[in-house]
Design a protein around this ligand. Structure first.
Ligand code: HEC
Length: 130
């Protein structure tokens, strides 16, 4: 009996640890295929590398500091372009992950924000996030 209780505890801890690691982002880097980008998306790519990649990773693949944006939860039906604009304008309070808050990005102008969104959407489409 004690043995089985021990086994159950180990299994629960292991499952909990796996879920926690996925949520905490350590296993969050995804592999991203980069398509031929439109000119707006290319401009967005340059800005993304400067202002976003430090947390969201190269090509938005994710990093230890922030989630990938090439995930189903960030497709347009879940996180619209308005949500992307708001994230850049106002920042984001931690809610989906355990990375912490996202600071707002006041350095990016209106056209730059549109280009970044175009870039992320083109990456999403090329990777089956529709
Ligand atoms: C300092 C790290 C950091 C930087 C820099 C950063 N982000 Fe984020 N971002 C985060 C984190 C962390 C989250 C996840 C917050 C959560 O849901 O827990 C996030 C979430 C988001 C979201 C989802 C918003 C929502 O409503 O859930 C979008 C969109 C986003 N970031 C876009 C960007 C873009 C575009 C840039 C560059 C202009 C950028 N981020 C720069 C850390 C960062």
């Amino acid at each position: 009996m004690k043995f089985w209780i021990g086994v159950i505890i180990v299994v629960v801890l292991f499952a909990g640890g796996t879920i926690w690691r996925a949520q905490s982002g350590r296993t969050n880097v995804v592999s991203v295929t980069v398509p031929v980008l439109s000119s707006s998306a290319k401009a967005g790519e340059a800005l993304f590398s400067q202002s976003c990649a430090v947390c969201h990773g190269t090509n938005a693949a994710g990093s230890r500091r922030g989630p990938s944006l090439i995930l189903q939860i960030y497709q347009p039906g879940h996180h619209s372009d308005a949500a992307f604009l708001s994230a850049m304008q106002l920042g984001v309070r931690r809610h989906h992950w355990r990375f912490g808050n996202m600071p707002r990005r006041p350095e990016i102008d209106e056209q730059g924000k549109k280009d970044i969104i175009t870039y992320v959407r083109e990456l999403q489409r090329a990777n089956g996030i529709l």
